[in-house]
Each structure stands twice: as C-alpha cells, then as structure tokens.
Design a protein around this ligand. Structure first.
Ligand code: NAD
Length: 498
C-alpha cells in the first residue's frame, strides 16, 4: 500500500485533510494505494506557492525556460519503463499503450522547446507619425489543469508544458483514479531544473476543482473529462472571470464507403474501437458501412477478430487490451450493453460474461460488437467508454454523413474510401473537430491543435499547437511615440488615420 499526497512548492507532501480515496489495480480489483483529497487550505498553499514563484519564472528568458523542457524530454525517455509500469498498474492499459500515452505528451514538451520562436510578437514601425505599435504575449499568471483518468501522462503534459513554457505557474488536479504518474512528472520537472512552485499537483475531487474554479489568483482553467463536468467547469470558471478551455466526451463515427479497402477498415476499427478497452476520447465507437453489401462483409470480417481479441492484465505483453478502469465503469458499460439488447440491436459478439482465469475480480469486459443499431437507441446516443463497437447501417453516403452531423458530440470522425471527391466533400462538410481520411484516430500531432466541436468542447482555443500558446498568454498592445513626434496642445477628437 502506498500513499499519494500532493506536490507543493517543489516537493511531495502528505495530505492533511483527513480525506482520501482508494487506488485500485483494475486487473485484480485490489486496493493498492490511497490518494489524499485536498482541503481548501492545501489548495490555497499550492496557489500561494505558485503565485510567489511565477514572476521570476516569467522573467527568465525563453531559451532558459525551453532548456528545462529539453532536459525533461530526455528524462522522460530515460524513465520510460518505470513511468509506463506505474501508469498501467493504476489505469489497466497495456504497457505499450502506456508508452504511447507518455510519448504523445512528450511530443508536446518537444513542441514547446520552440517557445522563444512561438512567443515572438508583432511590431509595426511608423503606424502613425513617429508612432510605433507592438503586441506582446505575456503569461496569464497562475493556471490550472483538471485531467481525466484515461491519459494520466499525455493530458497533464498537454496542459502544463505550454502553460509553463509561456511563463505561467501551474496547478495540476489529476484524476484521483491514477495519480502516481502526474506526481512523478512533477518530480522529474524539478529534477530537470524547473524552479520550485512553478508546477504543483493537488490531488482531490469536486471540492478541489471548485476551489480552483473560484480562486481569485487563478487566471486560466484547462479541463478534459466528461461533457457534464466540462460544461460545469466552463460555466463556473467563466462566471468567476477566468478564461477556460474545456473538452468533453465523444461518440466517434467511422464511415466505410463501398470502395474502401475492407481489410484495412476492419483492422482500423479493431485498434480504434478496442484499443485501451475503448477508453479513449478518440476511440471509434460507431462504424457506418454504406450499403448492405459493405455492411455484411464488414460484420463478417469483424466478428472473428472481436471474438479473438486477447484480453489480459498489463503484465501480459501480448494483450490487445486490458480491463476498464473501475468496478463502477464495468457495471455502467454492462448495463448499457443490456439496454442495447433490450432495444433490439443485434449483439453479434457478446463479451459480457468474459472472465479471465486468475483475475476473476478484475474489471474486464470482453469485446462486444453490435449490428443494426439505430440513432434512437441509448447505445448510439451515449458515450459508452468501453470495448463496444456499434454498427449503424446507412443506405448511401448522404445518410451516413447525416449521422455524425446530427450527433450531440463532435470530437473525431473518419471516412474510409478510395474516392478523393467523397473524402474531400466529407472533410469540408462535416461539423466535427478532427477528421481522418483513411486514418481511424485522427489525433493531431503536437504542432497542430487538438479539439472537438459541439458538446465535445467548450471554449474557443484548442490543446497544443499555436492555440495553446494563445490560451496560456494574454496579448498586450503598446502604442509608443517619442517626444519629438508630439505636437503641443490638447487633442479632443478621436485620432484617425485620415
Ligand atoms: P470525469 O469528468 O469523471 O473526470 C474528469 C476530472 O473532473 C477529474 O479530475 C475529476 O476529479 C473531476 N471531476 C469529476 N467529477 C467532478 C465534479 N462533479 N465537479 C468537478 N470536478 C469533477 O472524466 P473521467 O471519467 O476521468 O474521463 C473520461 C471522460 O473524459 C470521457 O468522457 C472522455 O471522452 C473524456 N475525455 C475527453 C477528451 C477530449 O479531449 N475531449 C480526452 C480524454 C478524455
């Protein structure tokens, strides 16, 4: 049994609130640790430490700030195996998948090594008589990030890397289900040369989140999690005068046109639908084959593949996927599958009774494949966040396009086709933030930005890419005129460029 407290002022500290929560090993169902849930006093101490350290950090030249990330990237690589093991033990995903989680965060750290260039500003010489005008970007001050359980390395790094590189201090409130990796990342940042107080980790639940949303010294909030909480965090942060970017849930469709390479499409659906047990906000949970023949052939190909998924604990290096994160998540997924059956969808592969020998108390769900799902069904409308793929049959392209267009969520979408015209039309018309053409999980790389539309995102700036630099800085525009250009006497009319 291990204890996780908080990381404040450059060091790990024990929790003092008297409140804590168990950390489970999802493969065995055993309690392996305890995470402290912060009190208001602990949260205030973290914010005070961040606030005190931030001005000096913002005044440190950007090349020096970048060098901390150069070192940090090297340390992530050096500690990859330890971090991946730590991550899988609390999350349940396979070791290779955990490494992917870390590397996609590491890539954002690589991106912010360019911060001296990314923060360069604009200058206009001679905007008026002897007048120069320039815009600079300055750090917001103290920012906070609230992150979900499913990417305990990548999503904290999406947030703290650009925030800190821009000169902010940062408070991270990670998911209480898998807090070890975020704590270790904070330690490594200090070892890489980050001054104390610039990155703090406060573990906790709703009360810690509410403390951040209302704290007068926090200027910006970044959130990733489920849609109801994203909506709440966005509204509350805005009411309290903070800028906010909040990313929510998803229901990602993949359209398979009759001309698609069906083997490629089926393989793509396996990885995108069942990888990480479907617990990815960019997982494909709906396949939309166009035409009866495409649908029949696709089901024929997918069925044996789903039946032969290798499911195991993270220690099984041949496993395709592990358990889901908690007992509650498992129960929720199973009840949604039951509802799908009751509503008349055809459960072609039924993984509800899956049991793994030696891991009977683990939170495993076998791969499930539904056919004949329709848009009115709960399994279509709701984000299941488990290893369940629904096939919705469409008669033609327009009917297929209509499905993701009308869905509440708008995170990711993909089309499989050989027809360039269809792909181009699709990418142009679809009302979804991230589009894949023959790419099932179109997660943009670190130098582009990540974000959905509709109920998958609240706020107007995305994660990473140049959007993140804008989010974590404020623009200041300076107009300057030197005394030799100033005419004597007061001017009472609005100056124009006439
Ligand atoms: P969650 O919404 O339960 O929790 C996210 C964070 O919010 C956690 O830190 C949690 O402690 C906090 N939280 C939970 N309840 C709260 C409350 N009532 N008030 C204030 N804070 C609260 O999400 P989760 O289960 O950890 O993660 C899975 C969800 O995240 C899925 O819906 C998934 O689609 C989504 N997600 C979205 C993206 C994206 O980029 N759009 C990426 C990853 C995950």
């Amino acid at each position: 049994m291990y204890q996780i407290g908080h990381f404040i002022g450059g060091k790990a500290v024990a929790g003092t609130s008297g409140r804590s929560q168990s950390i489970y090993n999802p493969a065995t169902g055993e309690v392996q640790g305890e995470v402290a849930l912060a009190s208001a006093e602990e949260l205030n101490a973290a914010v005070a430490s961040a606030k005190a350290a931030q001005p000096k950090w913002a005044a440190t030249n950007p090349q020096r700030r970048a060098r901390v990330f150069m070192k940090f990237v090297q340390m992530l690589n050096d500690n990859m195996d330890e971090l991946a093991e730590m991550l899988s033990r609390e999350h349940g995903k396979t070791i290779e998948d955990a490494k992917g989680d870390i590397v996609r965060g590491l890539e954002v750290c690589e991106f912010v090594i360019g911060i001296p260039h990314l923060m360069k500003s604009e200058f206009t010489e001679g905007a008026g008589p002897n007048i120069d005008m320039y815009s600079i970007r300055q750090a917001v001050g103290v920012g906070a990030g609230i992150t979900p359980f499913n990417f305990p390395a990548m999503i904290p790094m999406w947030m703290f890397a650009p925030a800190i590189a821009c000169g902010n201090a940062f408070i991270l409130k990670p998911s209480e289900r898998d807090p070890s990796v975020p704590m270790r990342l904070a330690e490594l940042m200090i070892e890489a040369g980050l001054p104390e107080g610039i990155l703090n980790v406060v573990n906790g639940d709703k009360s810690a989140v509410d403390g951040l949303l209302t704290h007068p010294d926090i200027g910006a909030i970044s959130f990733v999690g489920s849609t109801p909480i994203a909506r709440y965090v966005y509204g509350t942060a805005a009411m309290n005068g903070k800028r906010a970017q909040c990313f929510g849930g998803a229901k990602n469709h993949m359209i398979i046109m009759p001309d698609a390479d069906l083997d490629q499409a089926a393989n793509a659906l396996m990885g995108a639908g069942y990888g990480s047990a479907g617990e990815r906000c960019m997982a494909i949970s709906v396949a939309v084959p166009v035409g009866e023949e495409t649908a029949n052939r696709l089901i024929e190909k997918l069925t044996p593949m789903v039946e032969s998924l290798r499911i195991g604990p993270y220690t099984d290096d041949k496993a395709d996927m592990g358990p889901v994160v908690t007992k509650e998540a498992r129960e929720r997924i199973l009840s949604l599958i039951d509802k799908g059956v009751e509503a008349g969808a055809k459960l072609v592969v039924d993984g509800r009774d899956f049991k793994l020998q030696g891991y009977e108390n683990g939170y495993f769900v076998g791969g499930c494949l539904f056919d004949n799902v329709t848009p009115e069904m709960d399994i279509y409308k709701t984000e299941i966040f488990g290893p369940v793929l629904s096939v919705v049959r469409a008669k033609n392209y327009e009917e297929a396009l209509d499905l993701p267009m009308k869905h509440e969520y708008g995170n990711g979408v993909a089309i499989y086709t050989r027809d360039g015209d269809a792909a181009r039309d699709f990418a142009s018309r679809i009302n979804i933030g991230m589009v894949g053409v023959n790419v099932p999980i179109p997660v943009p790389l670190a130098y582009h930005s990540f974000g959905g539309w509709k109920a998958s995102s609240f706020g107007d700036l995305n994660q990473h890419g140049t959007d993140s630099i804008k989010f974590w800085t404020r623009t200041k525009t300076v107009t300057s005129r030197w005394p030799s250009g100033i005419k004597d006497g007061a001017e009472f009319v609005m100056p124009t460029m006439k």
